[in-house]
Write a protein that binds this ligand. Structure first.
Ligand code: KIV
Ligand code: ZN
Length: 531
């Protein structure tokens, strides 16, 4: 089999990184499996931002996307591959030639690039989804791995729906994939069906029965349909796997994937029974969670382990009493160990620029001079209106500033008339490419009036799929963080806006989503013009 020479060049062959034995590799698939979750699509800029953080945090392998899926996916995998400093950059691919070649081209700029090719292996999937016989699946596996090896020495093969596959057939496929050059074998619990005992047993059986199993690293990939994704992942590691595929906040299809932060902290906190290590800098977990939640607008459940708002909160008197005497009474890990600072009340209107910059640094934000100035101006404005400014307030404000900094359309002014005597009306001024435009609209309530004004100023056809409001902190003067999800014939996009005035936050969120849709349209237009 030959690969076109304009795609493959000798220096494009990348080699796997050496890991020591009991290190469990963390393979993050937030940007691929996580992004597949409806409404969680991210722009290329957002993906780059998340990838940069994952790389810095010590993730071993970043699955950056599915290059054949769209030109946008291809470009963002390629850009992440160019920029990654430490992590292996993986792209997903089915077994077809076009998929593999597209993936090979996307990971080419990476210092360490991986092709991750997969095919279904359960009788149900092979028959109903693929319409292929087991022998055809076996042949496709070998062909895909062989072709992928011409692009990189680091090839992963996944047996989709492996937990419902016949074990003899699964073993034959694994042996053939390793013979063809696969260096990682992933056995996903695609539908979140397995129990921990079964999943561990599958790895033990396969490793014992496949003659060349010592030539590959085994990997777990668990979905959370029955709430067992993390338990199953750890059980798979006990069965001999040394790579865990997971996502920040457990983002992913249906009930999601195993949550990276839970896996990392389980291994760290229970080192007595889980004698492995990961290379993750745990103090960055909270920041990663916040960033992924901000760019996808998927709120983190309040009582979510490790990164939920209540994960380290002690409400009841008995608990508080115990905590005051010795934190070990009710805390098995410290908030600081996952990057949550204990004192969240921080600043007020007398805080200066230097203190603000220092605070941002402590919270893990590094802003350029212009962004810092803008964020500081908004902070001062907020401190004038709100008595107590918490870390959460600053994070919401800075996320809003960073995510919406390059927007073409901005909210310049808004006046709303609301109350019992309708119709409610909104006078909105937008800054569109530097030009101010104003429109007054009425609606069935103030939000409807605002969104009608936006539609009049920027005519578009998008559907409003979600409108959601969260209070950033407690108190009636808390900032509102609004998420708006829009779709227009493709994957939906989500915009966020934060402000103590819920109506202003709503206008900002809608405009943020609209900017994303416009940017995507322009990118697609440009790609068609080029290609
Ligand atoms: O869940 C799954 O089976 C997958 C594969 C593509 C690895 O995501
Ligand atoms: Zn999956």
């Amino acid at each position: 089999m030959t690969v076109p020479t304009d795609i493959i060049a000798p220096e494009a062959v990348t080699r796997p990184i050496d890991f020591h034995k009991d290190q469990v590799r963390i393979f993050d698939t937030t940007l691929r499996d996580g992004e597949q979750c409806p409404g969680a699509s991210m722009t290329s800029e957002e993906k780059l931002e998340v990838a940069e953080l994952l790389d810095e945090m010590g993730v071993d392998i970043i699955e950056a996307g599915f290059p054949v899926a769209s030109d946008g996916d291809f470009e963002s995998v390629r850009e992440i591959a160019k920029r990654a400093k430490n992590a292996v950059i993986a792209g997903l691919s089915r077994t077809g030639v076009a998929d593999i070649d597209r993936c090979g081209a996307a990971i080419k700029p990476a210092r360490h690039g991986r092709i991750h090719t997969f095919i279904a292996t359960s009788p149900l999937h092979m028959k109903v989804k693929l319409n292929m016989t087991p022998e055809e699946v076996l042949a496709a596996t070998v062909a895909a791995v062989t072709r992928a090896r011409q692009y990189t020495d680091d090839v992963e093969w996944s047996a989709e729906d492996s937990t419902r596959a016949e074990i003899d057939f699964l073993c034959r496929c694994i042996e053939a994939a390793i013979d063809a050059g696969a260096t990682t074998i992933n056995l996903p619990d695609t539908v979140g069906y397995a129990t921990p005992q079964e999943y561990r047993g599958m790895f033990e059986t396969v490793r014992a029965r496949v003659p060349n199993s010592d030539k590959a690293i085994f990997s777990v990939h668990c979905h959370d349909d029955l709430g067992m994704a993390v338990a199953n992942s750890l059980a798979g590691v006990a069965g001999g796997a040394r790579q865990i595929e997971c996502t920040i906040n457990g983002l992913g299809e249906r009930a999601g994937n195993a949550a990276l932060e839970e896996i990392v902290m389980a291994i760290r906190t229970r080192a007595d029974v889980l004698p492995y290590e990961t290379g993750i800098e745990a103090t960055m977990l909270n920041r990663a969670s916040k960033l992924v939640s901000a760019v996808t607008s998927f709120p983190v459940q309040y009582n979510k382990a490790i990164v939920g708002r209540n994960a380290f909160a002690h409400e009841s008197g008995i608990h508080q009493h115990g905590m005051l005497k010795d934190a070990n009474t009710y805390e098995i890990m410290t908030p600081e160990s996952v990057g949550v600072s204990k004192t969240s009340l921080v600043m007020g209107k007398h805080s200066g620029r230097a203190a603000f910059r220092e605070k941002l640094k402590e919270m893990g934000y590094e802003l350029g001079e212009n962004a810092l100035n803008d964020a500081f101006k908004r902070f001062k404005d907020l401190a004038d209106r709100k008595k107590l400014v918490y870390d959460e307030d600053i994070a919401a404000l800075v996320d809003d500033e960073i995510l919406n900094a390059h927007d073409r359309i901005k909210v310049a002014a808004l006046t709303v008339i609301a109350g019992t005597n309708g119709p409610q009306s909104a006078a909105l001024t937008l800054d569109i490419d530097g030009e101010k435009k104003t429109h007054q609209a009425t609606g069935n309530g103030p939000i409807d009036a605002i969104f009608n004004a936006i539609r009049a100023l920027v005519p578009h056809e998008a559907n409003l799929d979600l409108f959601q409001v969260h209070a950033v902190t407690h108190g009636t003067d808390a900032q509102a963080e609004v998420s708006v999800r829009l779709s227009s014939g493709g994957p939906s996009v989500t915009g966020k806006g934060a402000d103590p005035d819920t109506l202003v936050a709503s206008a900002r969120a809608y405009i943020a989503a609209l900017n994303k849709l416009t940017a995507r349209g322009e990118r697609q237009h440009a790609q068609h013009a080029i290609g």
